[in-house]
Each structure stands twice: as C-alpha cells, then as structure tokens.
Ligand binder design. Structure first.
Ligand code: ATP
Ligand code: MG
Ligand code: MG
Ligand code: MG
Length: 580
C-alpha cells in the first residue's frame, strides 16, 4: 500500500498540546495519531488506527496460537449478571451505569468474567467440551478517577480479555502458563521492555496472579525486584510478605502453625473464632464473610459484627450508629472457600472510605505468631488488625515499607525499586464466577463438575502509548517495525521532476514487493518533510533529495539516526534487505 501524505487525513502539530505531560501523549497528539474528545476518551486518526490494528494483530496471532477462540460480546450489558456476582456494587464508582427508556439498569462492561461464564454455560454441558479458552478484543469502559496521559489510562479503551475454562486445577495451571508465555511473546514482538511481578502475596502461591509491567519512569505502579534471584513483585504484594508480626496472647496452641499458607478452611475458621475475629464464622463451603470494626477517636477498636452477604449478621442500625463517631473504619471480605488467605478490604480514615481506598489485608500464622497486616495503595499506612493497633501516622507501628535496598523476601539479595505501567494481567480466578452462575457440566463419572476459570487481560490501546513511551526521542516517535504504520517513509526532497518520478517508481516497486510505503509527495519544504518524518516515526526513511543528480538516494535509520547513501538503482534491493 502507498499512502500519499498529500492526501492522507493528517495534520501534524508543531507545539505540544497544553494538557499533555508525558512524552507519548504529546507525540501521539502532535503526530496526528489520536485526538481528544473528552477526559479519557480519544479518537483514532488514520496512522494511529494503523498502529492500534498492528498491536491487535500481534495479540490475535499469539492468542490463536495457544488455541484461544475469538468471540465478541456486547459492551452494553444488563445489570443482572453483575448483580449475581456482586460486582454491580463492588465495582464502585468506576462502573458506567445507565438506564434504558423503560428504566432498566445497564452497564458498560469494564471486564467480562460474568458474561463469559454465562456464555460457556449456555453452550457447553459435558466434560468432553473442556478445556476451552475464549477471547475478545473490544472497547472497555471504566470511569477512572484520574484518566491520564491520553490513551494510557482512558475511560474507553481497548482490551484483549480472555477466559479459560478447565475442569481441574492442573488444567487451570496449564491454561495460565500458556497465557503467560503468549504474553511474553506478544511483548517481545512489540518491543516492550517489561517485568513480570507477582500481584498478590506469596501466601496465595505466588503464581495465582501476575502483572506484566512495562518499565517506565512515568508508570503509576511501583515494583521491586531482586537482581540476584529475579524475584519481582508489586509493592503491595511485597508488603504483605514483609509484615510486622504481633504475638497473639491467649491463642490456643492448637491454632498455631509453623508453615504459612497450608491451613485448612476449618482451621482458619477456628482460628478466626479464637481470635475473636468472627464469632459467627462457620465452615460452610462458600462462606464469604464481612467483618466490620470501628474505632472512635482515642478509643479502642470495636468489632461490630461479622456477616454473610444476604444473611447479614451485621446489625445495620448499630453499624450506622457506630460509624457516626468512628475515626477509622475497617470492612473486610474473605472468601474462605477460594482464597482463605486473602482478605480484600477497606480500612482507613472514615472520610477516605467513600473514595474507595483499597487495602490488601493478609492474615497468616507464622512461627507461632498470628498476625494480620494491611497496606494501602500508596503504601503509607500499616496496621495490625488483630491487636487493633494504629496506623503509622500515629507512630504506633513502624511502616514495613519496601524500599530500595531492603533485603529480598526470598533472602537471595537486595531489592531495587522501579516504576512501571501495567500492560497485562493474568489471573487464576478459580470458581468464583462458575459458582456464582452455577456452571455445571457432566463429569466423566456422570457426576456434575464445576469448571475453574482463569482471566487474562492485555491493554491493547494502552500498549500503543507504552510503545511510544519506550521508543521515542526529542524529535518524535520511533515505531518498532512490527507495529509501525508503514514499513518505509519515502521523502521527496528535490523539486526536480525526475526526482519525483524516481521516488514514485521506487514507491510502487516497494509496494509490489509487499512493502507498505508512506510517500511524502506534498509541496512542502524539505525541512518540514524531514521534521514530519521524524515525528511520525516510521523506522526506515528514504530521502530522494540532493544526491539525486549524482544518482544517489539516502537511507535513514530512525532508531540509530544513522544515514547512508546508496546508488539509485540499488535502492530497492537495499530497502528490502534492510527490512528483512
Ligand atoms: P490499572 O492498575 O492500570 O488501573 P487494572 O489492574 O485496573 O489496570 P485490569 O483490570 O487488570 O486493569 O485490566 C487488564 C489490562 O487492561 C491492564 O493490565 C491494562 O493494560 C489495561 N487497562 C486497564 N485499565 C485501563 C485504562 N483505564 N486504560 C487503558 N488500559 C487499561
Ligand atoms: Mg484499574
Ligand atoms: Mg492494576
Ligand atoms: Mg490488573
């Protein structure tokens, strides 16, 4: 394909847009790849759309290669499935909610676990149908609190999300591994430098959830890694691995264990009861409990109650009354059936609770000591929930911050901190959604089996920004060949009619050889054209300019900045060889 700049729907800008702070945002706008419509909502113009499509192509190729099958679900979704999974509420203010003309509730899908579980339930009913992995590449909607850096954190963005369905835990582990490997191949092809970090505490097995973070100074995620062992984790996860143990007086000896992460549900329930964390905790299989503790200024932590959603033991009136004077509020939720060691919760000054300050809380028993610790997203607060001790701002407990230079939790060396942008996330979900939607299939022995799920997301539109962020210089973008909007950018920088004809001939020969060409056939000055070629970022630029009279054209490498002259008649062969 030959794209003529004289006709392309493109307007490059000389100045940085006023609202742009990070390089990728400035350059993608200046180079005419994207345009802003509203906060976190962007249009893709021709060249931007091409890069987006190239990223999608790579992602699709690698998904297809692991046997995942593409489908497409709507973004406009009814409330009910999300009500069943509890996410209509749990997702909080990030969810775009809307109503139809009849007053029925809808949402714009932020991620599609519910719909995929229901889709599989609708079609498959025998063990013979499994395993199966489905994916889609589609617009997602999240009302992000802080849309940022153009397409980097959008409120509408393109995600590839896939979901694996297996009948056994080993099967899930295999599907997870296949995705993890595919993500590695995708990022390598896209030229993205990244690290894989464990996204949750080691108590969950370490591989249950991992994030792919693109290395970048402007990233919002902080991670640490140990150069000696290769251990890497996001900061939240490390905090839960490096807590402050607090002895629990009065805890019966039977409840004390040497190894973390191996307690059964029953033991944990006993332990929770003994620790007076949950008088009403039972060992029911699908138990989910909500625990509410409050503290009034200067007072003690008070356990208000513990309950099971739908069958609430928490006395709502009493709760409200107690929340009134409370300074700090803790609400935790544990899914004992699936993840006995992960409590997701909110703890914080009451005022902040409305802003959905999320904390990871991790209860464990190690070396005869039981403790629960929590850390907030900013990593500023640390609190021992069992003893009801206070946050670090009050100075009661030393912060267990992970910081540059601290020892690695695996004992292998020293941690180094850096920043990254989350580009992918792989997650062994287990049966949370298949339980919620009662997905059963007929097992080999005639008994029903419940499939176990994995979910895997990769930020397709975010990757365009990430690639731009990692590959640019002060003059403009520098696309890796795999995603570049064209293979070669031919600049006509000589007014001579024969030079124009020569450039046209070269462009059409390249086109015939399957090379996609941007041909700058505009009337502008060579200076303007060179600047634009640097800004647009095609990796190989061919200049038909001054040397034309001596039978030479110039090949410029946008990455190294090197240029060399080649004889006109050898230009086609040289370009093809360079591209190969
Ligand atoms: P983040 O921590 O950046 O908010 P997330 O953990 O909320 O991302 P996931 O739910 O794991 O995101 O979604 C899978 C992938 O979708 C992410 O790894 C990221 O690449 C992409 N993504 C998530 N939110 C956005 C967004 N607002 N804009 C662009 N891409 C996004
Ligand atoms: Mg997010
Ligand atoms: Mg994240
Ligand atoms: Mg994530």
């Amino acid at each position: 394909m030959i794209t003529r700049l004289s006709q392309l729907f493109l307007r490059t800008l000389r100045d940085d847009p006023a609202d742009a702070e990070v390089p990728s945002h400035k350059l993608l706008v200046r180079a005419g790849y994207v345009r802003r419509i509203a906060p976190g909502v962007y249009s893709w113009l021709p060249l931007g759309l091409r890069v987006l499509r190239e990223v999608e192509r790579v992602v699709r190729e690698e998904m297809d290669a692991i046997g995942a099958q593409e489908i497409s679900l709507p973004a406009l979704l009814p409330r009910e499935p999300y009500e069943t999974s509890n996410r209509w509420t749990e997702y909080g203010p990030d969810l775009f909610r809307l109503q139809d003309r009849k007053g029925n509730d809808y949402l714009l899908g932020p991620t599609h676990e519910e719909m995929f579980a229901l889709t599989v339930k609708g079609e498959y009913n025998s063990y013979k149908d499994f395993p199966v992995t489905l994916y889609q590449v589609q617009a997602k909607y999240r009302d992000e609190q802080r849309p940022r850096a153009g397409i980097l954190r959008g409120r509408e963005f393109i995600m590839k999300d896939s979901y694996s369905f297996d009948l056994t835990d080993e099967g899930l582990a295999d599907s997870y591994r296949a995705h993890r490997d595919a993500y590695e191949r995708i990022l390598a092809r896209l030229g993205v430098k990244y690290v894989i970090v464990s996204a949750t505490s080691g108590a969950m097995g370490g591989s249950a959830s991992e994030e792919f973070l693109a290395e970048s100074e402007i990233g919002e995620d902080t991670y640490v890694r140990c150069l000696e062992s290769g251990y890497a984790a996001n900061v939240e996860a490390v905090k839960t691995l490096a807590p402050q143990p607090i002895p629990l007086d009065g805890l019966p000896a039977a409840q004390v264990h040497d190894t973390p992460g191996t307690e059964s549900i029953d033991t944990l329930v006993d332990w929770a009861n003994a620790a007076e964390l949950g008088r009403t905790v039972t060992g029911a299989d699908t138990l989910k409990n909500i625990m509410v503790k409050t503290r009034v200024p200067g007072g003690e932590w008070e356990l208000l109650g513990i309950g099971i959603p739908g069958d609430r033991e928490v006395d709502e009136k009493r709760l409200e009354a107690a929340l009134e004077p409370a300074e700090y509020v803790l609400i935790t939720e544990t899914d004992f059936a699936n993840n006995p060691f992960l409590i997701k919760g909110y703890i914080g000054p009451k005022a902040l609770q409305d802003n959905d300050v999320r904390y990871l809380v991790d209860p464990r028993v190690v070396d005869g000591t039981a403790w629960i610790t929590g850390a907030d997203e900013q990593g500023k607060h640390y609190v021992d929930l069992v003893a009801g001790r206070d946050f670090t701002p009050d100075g009661t407990i030393e912060a267990a911050e992970v910081r540059d230079g601290d020892p690695s939790p695996d004992g292998a060396g020293t941690l180094v901190a850096a920043r990254g942008i989350e580009v992918g996330h792989v997650f062994q979900l287990g049966r949370k959604y298949t339980d919620a939607f009662e997905v059963n299939v007929l097992g080999e022995n005639g008994k029903p089996v419940r499939p176990t799920m994995g979910s895997y997301g990769i930020g397709v539109s975010r990757l365009v920004a990430v690639i731009a962020e990692q590959h640019h210089d002060d003059k403009g973008l520098r696309w890796p060949a795999e995603v570049s909007p064209a293979d070669v950018h031919v600049v006509i920088a000589n007014k001579d009619e024969s030079a124009r004809e020569g450039a046209e001939t070269l462009a059409s020969e390249l086109d015939k050889s399957g090379v996609s060409v941007i041909l700058d056939d505009r009337k502008s000055s060579p200076g303007v054209k060179f600047k634009d070629s640097e800004l647009l970022g095609v990796p190989l630029v061919v200049v038909v300019g001054r040397g034309w009279a001596e039978g030479k054209v110039e090949l410029r490498d946008r990455f190294t900045g090197e240029s060399r002259e080649v004889a006109t008649e050898r230009a086609l062969g040289e370009v093809l060889a360079t591209l190969r």
